[in-house]
Design a protein around this ligand. Structure first.
Ligand SMILES: Cc1cc2nc3c(=O)[nH]c(=O)nc-3n(C[C@H](O)[C@H](O)[C@H](O)COP(=O)(O)OP(=O)(O)OC[C@H]3O[C@@H](n4cnc5c(N)ncnc54)[C@H](O)[C@@H]3O)c2cc1C
Length: 396
């Protein structure tokens, strides 16, 4: 296996770095820190120039408004912008990949271009109040009635105030083994009988450096009628769609960047800050910790590049996906634990002149753990590695 970037890929990286040096101005960076749904005017102008170069929606299909480019190119563009403090990660998650693979032509034509343009925002409706890890035990139902299905149930955590459609997994056949009786539906949030209630997270959305989906919600479905065309894939194919989609959600450049930007900020801070006579960069214990974090970060990057190659070559991802889902989120937590050990209680300050990096680390303390819960907890992922990857029996 050739384990390096090609000259063409290296040339792209150089071009992206040159672009960043010219166009990622302090104004763009200040708009990035100002978290919100609106894209600021400087960022908008920069995005326009990225479009001219074909760097926006680079890996998405041309027929739906993308550039039809290579996913490694997408990785390079996303990684360089993230390194510069601008998050331009693209979501190739469950909805996008399963609609492309299993959707009817009508579903692809409707959803994919709108998802690419940001007009359709899919919320993931798997978890229910009774539990998330035991996904196949879910209780929500869809019952066929002529040319329609009638959906009833409740979903937890998925979606937020901008969600236009829920991608929900429900039971369509209670009389077969539980994994076989599930199906996926794409349900518009404005369908009669759907109610969405936002849940406020520990971290206040108005502060910078949070995960942009800092609001999650509950969705209630009461006798919601949808046409047959709202079903994605075949009836009973839901488990296959859910598991293959989750395998994709658990890997990839977006997750890698979300799990490593905190490490970069911690390392930058420790390299540059001093407190009176004490410069952390001169402290051997801190230096060891920084080296350790950097090494972990590089391992995670390699894991991401491996799974990227597997996706590109259509190689089934079995235990590699949970392994990446354990390593990245755990690393993310270790980075923030390291800074908490070094700075002590100051880490918890989210505002005021004594708050390090404008209170960023305080926000991280609240948010770093979340990445280890969504899309399957790190504990459940370890269980999957043990059983599917290593062939161990089911634990007691
Ligand atoms: C901020 C946030 C956003 C989320 N977004 C979404 C979303 O968009 N869509 C969606 O459907 N869900 C979403 N979730 C839900 C998330 O996927 C679930 O919380 C997660 O799967 C765990 O399910 P649970 O909370 O019901 O805990 P449970 O499944 O009840 O698990 C409880 C505890 O037991 C552990 N555990 C369970 N089974 C095992 C096992 N086999 N081996 C070892 N340990 C185990 C778990 O790690 C956990 O610590 C979100 C959650 C959060 C916090």
């Amino acid at each position: 296996m050739e384990f390096q970037f090609t000259p063409e890929e290296e040339a792209l990286r150089t071009a992206v770095r040159e672009f960043i040096a010219e166009h990622v101005t302090p104004e763009v960076l200040s708009e990035q820190a100002d978290e919100g749904d609106e894209v600021g005017p400087h960022t908008q102008a920069m995005l326009g120039k990225m479009v001219e170069r074909g760097w926006v929606r680079l890996g998405m299909p041309k027929e739906y408004g993308g550039q039809g480019g290579d996913l490694t190119h997408q990785f390079i563009v996303d990684e360089e912008f993230n390194r510069a403090g601008v998050f331009v990660g693209h979501n190739y998650g469950t909805g996008y990949t399963t609609i492309i693979k299993h959707g009817t032509q009508e579903q692809k034509d409707y959803f994919i271009p709108r998802m690419i343009r940001g007009e359709v925002q899919l919320g993931l409706g798997y978890t229910e109040p009774g539990g998330g890890t035991d996904l196949a035990g879910l209780k929500s139902t869809a019952v066929r009635d002529g040319d329609e299905y009638v959906i009833n149930g409740q979903k937890m955590y998925g979606g937020n105030a901008s969600t236009t459609h829920m991608y929900i997994l429900v039971r369509t056949d209670p009389d077969v083994p539980k994994h076989q009786g599930l199906s996926v539906f794409l349900v518009p949030m404005d369908a009669p009988g759907v109610t969405f209630r936002p849940l406020k997270m520990m971290k206040d959305r108005s502060r910078p450096y949070g995960y942009t989906g800092a609001w999650a919600g509950e969705s209630f479905f009461e006798d919601v009628r949808v046409p047959l065309s709202a079903r994605l894939g075949e009836e009973g194919q839901g488990w296959e769609l859910a598991t293959s989609g989750l395998a994709i959600d658990r890997i990839g450049v977006t997750r890698y960047l979300r799990c490593t930007y905190r490490t970069d900020h911690v390392i930058d801070f420790l390299k540059s800050e001093s407190f009176g006579d004490y410069a952390p960069r001169e402290d051997p214990v801190v230096r060891d910790k920084v080296a350790e974090l950097w090494t972990e970060r590089e391992v995670y990057r390699l894991m991401t590049m491996r799974s990227l190659q597997m996706v590109k070559r259509d190689i089934p991802i079995v235990h590699e996906s949970p392994a990446e889902k354990v390593w990245g989120p755990d690393h993310n937590v270790r980075a923030i634990e390291a800074i908490a050990q070094i700075l002590g209680p100051y880490t918890q300050l989210t505002e005021g002149e004594r708050a390090p990096r404008g209170g960023e680390f305080g926000d991280h303390l609240l948010m770093a753990w979340f990445v280890g819960i969504g899309h399957g907890s790190v504990h459940a992922m370890r269980d999957q590695i043990a059983r599917r990857g290593l062939g161990l029996p089911k634990g007691r």
